[in-house]
Write a protein that binds this ligand. Structure first.
Ligand code: TXA
Ligand code: MG
Length: 307
């Protein structure tokens, strides 16, 4: 059930979280399946509904420094600099966790991934609820994330008390994940806040990451963010191929994507959801430029095309 974020519905959503139930909330990146981040049973329910393996930890959403201090500890100057510069916004920081955060949220790690969303509905919900909210993307494990309330997986929506309507997500890719618990900090998942944005603020280069498929970090799977239809990256689309192109569409099933990485990111999942409903054999995607600004889009497309 999609509900508009009126004060009454926000209160209903907060009450559901307090009871240990799940709701779907909008964020500026993707819609999230939300639970009380300090309730182990609610986290268990969330894993079950998402069909997600328990070794894959959940991002905790906070609003304000007091809430951050309830979940994380040993917050250093570098971390505070990033918080100052990029919060609220699509940057998730992996920090040493407080004992109050259940192992069910962090997969038993001694760290917790935290972010402060900039979406007004997410912020209002955090304030009405008054505590940290755990929320992975509101899709089944490995599947495409939703960047519109209407694209939330029906099975997930049916198991949540409600889907709060927040309109289309303005960034459209999952947040950048940065591990601040090690030195130097490492980029675990590229996103709209780019490697160079972070390096400029920290004044140091980020640690390198092993290639896709060889990653040991939790939740870093080679195949992820994938439509049901097979996806193939190719240099350019022919006139008989459906998919995503940069040029003029050559048939009714080609969607023209923007030339800028931020506009592309915002449209990507909605475009793939749309093509995924057509029962195609393959979705062809014109490979974006191999430049640093496209790192996050490249990452999602290469995972969506991995077998
Ligand atoms: O944009 C987003 O981050 C969205 C919205 C809803 O906020 N959430 C999201 O959550 O993408 P999810 O669960 O799909 O991605 C969480 C990823 C995990 O797969 C894992 O790779 C990383 O964040 N992560 C979480 N906790 C971690 C930890 N303690 N250490 C290392 N990585 C962690
Ligand atoms: Mg996800």
């Amino acid at each position: 059930m999609i509900l508009s974020p009126t004060p009454e519905n926000l209160q209903r959503a907060a009450d559901a979280l307090k009871r240990g139930d799940l709701i779907v909330m909008p964020t500026e990146t993707v819609y999230g399946l939300a639970c009380d981040a300090l309730n182990a049973e609610a986290a268990d329910k969330l894993y079950e509904v998402k069909g997600r393996p328990k070794e894959n930890p959940i991002i905790v959403h906070v609003y304000g420094h007091a809430m951050l201090d309830r979940v994380a500890t040993k917050i250093d100057e570098d971390t505070l600099g990033l918080v100052e510069r990029f919060w609220p916004g699509p940057l998730t920081l992996v920090l040493k966790k407080r004992p109050e955060v259940p192992a069910e949220i962090t997969s038993g790690l001694d760290t917790v991934a935290v972010r402060c969303p900039s979406h007004p509905v997410a912020q209002e919900l955090l304030q009405v609820f008054g505590g940290p909210i755990g929320a992975p993307s509101a899709n089944r494990f490995m599947a495409l994330s939703a960047t519109a309330a209407e694209d939330v997986d029906p099975l997930i929506a049916s198991r949540a008390e409600m889907v709060l309507q927040g309109g289309p997500c303005s960034f459209g890719l999952e947040s950048t994940v940065l591990d601040m618990s090690q030195s130097p900090p490492r980029l675990l998942r590229p996103g709209s806040i780019t490697r160079s944005d972070i390096q400029a603020t920290l004044g140091m280069p980020l640690g390198t990451m092993p290639p896709l498929g060889q990653r040991r970090s939790p939740g870093m799977y080679a195949r992820h963010y994938a439509p049901n239809t097979r996806l193939l990256l190719i240099p350019e689309l022919h006139s008989d191929q459906p998919g995503l192109t940069f040029g003029e569409p050559k048939n009714a099933h080609q969607l023209q994507m923007p030339d800028s990485p931020t506009a592309y990111a915002m449209k990507l999942y909605a475009a793939l959801h749309q093509l995924d409903t057509l029962g195609l054999d393959t979705i062809y995607v014109a490979t974006p430029p191999e430049t640093p600004e496209w790192e996050a889009v490249q990452d999602r497309l290469s995972r969506a095309s991995a077998s």
